[in-house]
Ligand binder design. Structure first.
Ligand SMILES: Cc1ncc(COP(=O)(O)O)c(C=O)c1O
Length: 288
């Protein structure tokens, strides 16, 4: 059994930790469903980077695409100013998976950023500043995304977060009257992931869509964990017979590259506005 020198002590001294008890597995190689440790052991990866490596590790097509692009050009310009063909073709391919009228992809770098972008877009589009999310939701760790989560263990130490957030219970139709015309958007995971893979009824999602139409609140679906084919359809919302106003996606869409997107439709007058006035300026945006 071939073993490798350990960097564990350096890892513990120099890599800032998220957890008090990191797993600390030293990975020297990953392939398909397997991780190979510095200890010479082969492990079946049942986590896949938490819903990220949906096509397995080192998929030859992903590796080839990354190598080709790295050798062609990498980062060239900020804010989506240049036409970069791989990005354009990806946007078109993603648009082809979407029901009308969704047809525009805004590239970001993570799920949290996709949520931040969706929150800002909804506020600007509606001119309203309050948002509704579901209890037990997880939408990310940046301050805006974290504000949408109700779990105190994540929020502790960071208060006050973004104001104007109210909560309803996931899959509880009785709550829907709490959505009123003061809200810019209702932001919901189509399948609640962190809460334990909670699946709502079709009736809940159809009534939620209806209530958003009545009040003018945008329906934002977080498909960061459940989108990109994880539920049997490309998007989980397809199974509910509804079309959201904005979709946030990330994780599995990048094939292990740090990408996120939020999806809207071109006639959303705010999209053009947003691009022009740069309300979500950022450097990378899935460049290359
Ligand atoms: C449903 C959901 N939304 C948002 C996020 C945040 O994504 P990221 O960690 O890429 O910022 C996650 C990550 O676990 C998630 O599962």
């Amino acid at each position: 059994m071939k073993t490798f020198p350990s960097n564990k002590a350096l890892f513990l001294s120099h890599v800032a930790q998220n957890s008090a008890f990191p797993i600390g597995l030293e990975v020297v190689k990953a392939d398909n469903i397997y991780l190979y440790g510095a200890d010479g052991q082969k492990y079946i990866d049942l986590i896949s980077g938490i819903a990220v490596s949906t096509l397995g590790h080192n998929h030859p097509k992903i590796v080839a695409a990354v190598q080709t692009q790295a050798a062609t050009h990498m980062h060239v310009m900020v804010y989506g100013e240049f036409v970069q063909s791989p990005q354009v073709l990806l946007a078109k391919a993603i648009s082809d998976t979407l029901p009308d009228p969704l047809d525009n992809v805004f590239f970001v770098n993570s799920g949290s950023e996709a949520i931040e972008g969706a929150m800002k877009l909804a506020k600007r589009y509606t001119g309203r500043h309050e948002l509704i999310a579901c209890r037990q939701a997880y939408h990310g760790a940046t301050q805006g995304a974290l504000s949408l989560g109700s779990d105190e263990s994540f929020r502790q130490g960071f208060m006050p977060l973004v104001p104007g957030i109210s909560y309803i219970d996931f899959d509880d139709e009785h709550n829907l009257d709490n959505i009123t015309d003061k809200f810019a958007a209702v932001i919901v995971e189509t399948v609640q992931g962190e809460a334990g893979v909670r699946i709502a009824s079709s009736s809940f999602f159809q009534k939620l869509r209806h209530r958003c139409n009545e009040t003018g609140a945008l329906l934002v679906l977080d498909e960061i964990q459940c989108g990109f084919g994880r539920t049997g359809t490309f998007w989980a919302f397809e199974q509910y017979g509804i079309v959201p106003d904005i979709i946030a996606a990330a994780k599995g869409m990048g094939g292990a590259c740090p990408w996120g997107i939020y999806l809207v439709f071109r006639d959303h007058e705010c999209l053009a506005d947003q691009a022009g006035s740069g309300s979500y300026l950022h450097l990378w945006g899935a460049s290359g």
